[in-house]
Design a protein around this ligand. Sequence first.
Ligand code: FAD
Ligand code: DLZ
Ligand code: SF4
Length: 517
Amino acid sequence: MTGPVLVPILGDQLSPDISSLADRQPDDTVILMMEVAEETTYVRHHKAKIALILSAMRHFAEELRDAGWTVDYVRLDDPANTGSFTGEVIRALERHKARGLQVTEPGEWRVRQAMEQWRTELPVRVRILPDTRFVCPLPDFYEWAAGRRELRMEWFYRDMRRKTGLLMDGDKPVGGRWNFDAENRGGPGSDLTPPALPGFTPDKTSREVIELVSSRFQRHFGSLESFAWPVTRAQAEQARDAFLKDRLPQFGKYQDAMVAGQDFMFHAALSPAINVGLLDPLDLCRRAEAEWREGRAPLEAVEGFIRQIIGWREYIRGMYWLEMPGLADANGLDATRPLPAFYWTGETKMRCLADCVRATRDHAYAHHIQRLMVLGNFALLAGLKPQDVADWYLVVYADAYEWVELPNVAGMVLHADKGRLASKPYAASGAYIDRMSDYCGQCSYDVKKKTGPNACPFNALYWHFLARNEKKLAGYHRLAQPHATWRRMSEEKRAEYLESAEAFLGTLEPAEPGWAR
Ligand code: FAD
Ligand code: DLZ
Ligand code: SF4
């Protein structure tokens, strides 16, 4: 065939420097963008997540056309739409009489499997190129991991600092240390009012998408009322600049703090834009470094922020591909309890959880410490089934793609991977949440009470978790102390904790089926 090369660009590949376009010329290329039912419903994504992705895709198609590319854009409501990437690729190959297909590798195992089939089943040559938007190519990650008995983010992160030269002074870390987390543990403080995020009023394209999503995905979780995510590169850059100026300087200090009703605190709220491809993560880190070099932000804030991106984000992505497909079924702690209904309804007397679910419903966002230490901590302590929990996180967050969601849920939070990703479970009682938030003051439960119907449920659940997993967690030296404390308690005390936890767990209503899949 003599036709053009077809380049499918997926909804999280909205970057002009995507590898699939790097060696292409506009006169010999047709870019294919596809809104497809399978992607919008393989889990029942939050309405705002679908709106963000479809609006960003439509804007990106315009950006590409303005740059001279031919873009074939298939809309969700096109009657001929087959509903899947594969179906649309087959139709487009035929439509354009394309002589080949070139695509950047996808972010999810599920889609990678489909693409591997393209290689064998499509009548044209299929090239799948590495996603060069990550700092660490996957083969380098596999090599790094292969030589190690224990995989830990901190060691990987140091290599990424050396590789990128970020915050380096020759071969030494600036400030003499790699990690300034010890300085980053500020509690909520009194009357903390973080600067507002720049909100983006939906334009015509976004309004059309919002209308489509509200009518077609009515029964999906979440609200569209306060939709204000950046959907164009220019908006994402504006959001980035506002973060660097207004919130980065305090990012470190309040990174772990939670305040009821303050849904973004000093976090970047840039993950939805980074993950769809509207912002380049390395460029963002370089800009953050410049804020420190020019004296506008302290080193502990900037180091903490850069670590999240070239450390955690890259490590998580490497671990996903290293551990799949097994990670999706992992259940190292044999947790079987179904997801409680309140994760969807927000109806719980536990104020911390109610506020985190409310923020999640309103924005398709909760900040890291809410995801980890409230929503995640509860899931760990209550022994929720990892696959239920993973589905929930994949549905509800605007930044959620399996490559980043699953290792965070199964590895960092639930220890379903038996500690491959993280050195110990982040299990915590109510005291931690009380120290880091203002939730407990107005909660129906008493955080200082350890057992009984009015006691903060996290307190008894914490000991219940340690007791029921004592054998499985025996190898973790960082849990030796709490386990020793448990064993030193009187029989009666231990029985009281276990009964209190059981009584609470017995009150949990499981979620109705159909929220996630
Ligand atoms: P900030 O707190 O300002 O951090 C800056 C950036 O660092 C983020 O934008 C993100 O790109 C990166 N980052 C920070 N922590 C992580 C991490 N653990 N893994 C990967 N990147 C990180 N992040 C997602 O992007 N998608 C997810 O689906 C997702 N699921 C999560 C599930 C759980 C259970 C947990 C504990 C964390 C999850 N995270 C996920 C990581 C993190 O919570 C979000 O990246 C962060 O809250 C995004 O908000 P922000 O941009 O304000 O981040
Ligand atoms: C998440 C998502 C949604 C909701 N819809 C689409 C879509 O209609 N078209 C598309 O190209 N991508 C979509 N995505 C993102 C994909 O699910 C994502 O690209 C793959 O899972 C690979 O990471
Ligand atoms: Fe959450 Fe317990 Fe505090 Fe209530 S008392 S807000 S349940 S930690």
